[in-house]
Design a protein around this ligand. Sequence first.
Ligand code: SAH
Length: 215
Amino acid sequence: MSRFQREQLVEEIKLKGIKDENVLRAIATVEREKFIPKTMAHLAYKDTALPIGYEQTISQPYTVAFMTEKLNLKKEDKVLEVGTGSGYQAAILYQMGMKVYSIEINLELHNKTKQLFDELGIRVHAKYGDGTIGWAEFSPYNGIIVTAGSPSIPNKLMEQLTIGGKLVIPVGPRDYQDLFVITRLSEDEYSKETYPRFVFVPLIGKNGWEKNKIK
Ligand code: SAH
C-alpha cells in the first residue's frame, strides 16, 4: 500500500517540476511514515509539511526534492545538513548514496532521531549542536543544506564548501524565505541563484535568529 502511495507522490512532485531520477527514486523508496508521529501516518504521502513536535516540522516532500535536486550531488559526495529534525531529509540523502553529516540544535529531537536512524539502519553522522557554525571537523562538503529559515548566509557554511560545492539555504524574514543556491566557484568567489517563496521554521543559534525573539 505505502509503496503505491509513494509512487503517487512521486508523480505529483514530477508534475510540480522535479526531474532528477535519483531524487525521485529516493522519494519512492524512503518510508516517510517512519519519520512522523504515528497519529499522522495517514498523511505521510500527502505533499505537505507536518508537525513533528517541539514546534518543528518535517518539510513538504516537494521542498525536500527541490532542495536535494539543487544540491546536485553524486554518490559518495559528502553533505552536511543543518536541522536534522525528523531525519527524513537526511534519509533521502543517505538513500541516494551520499555520506551524510547532520546537526540538530534541539537535544530531545536529536536523541529521538538518532535512535530512529539506528533502528532503520540509516548510517548518518548525527550531532547535537549549533549548525550555523557548520561542522569543521569533516569539512569541506560537496553540499550543505540548511532546512530552517535563516536571517542571512552564515559565513562558516560558505567556508566549509569544496570548490564547486553548493550551499542550499532559505534566507529571509521570519515568515517566508527565498531559497538561495550558492556555488563556490573558487577559493574566494561564489555565485548565487534565488528561488522565491518558501516557508521554513526559524534557524536559531550563533548566526541565526535569537531564540528568545522568535515567539
Ligand atoms: N530536515 C528536517 C526539517 C526539520 S525542521 C526534516 O527532514 O524533518 C528544522 C530543524 O532545524 C528543527 O528540528 C530545528 O530544531 C533545527 N534547527 C534550528 N536551528 C538550528 C541550528 N542552528 N542548528 C541545527 N539545527 C537547527
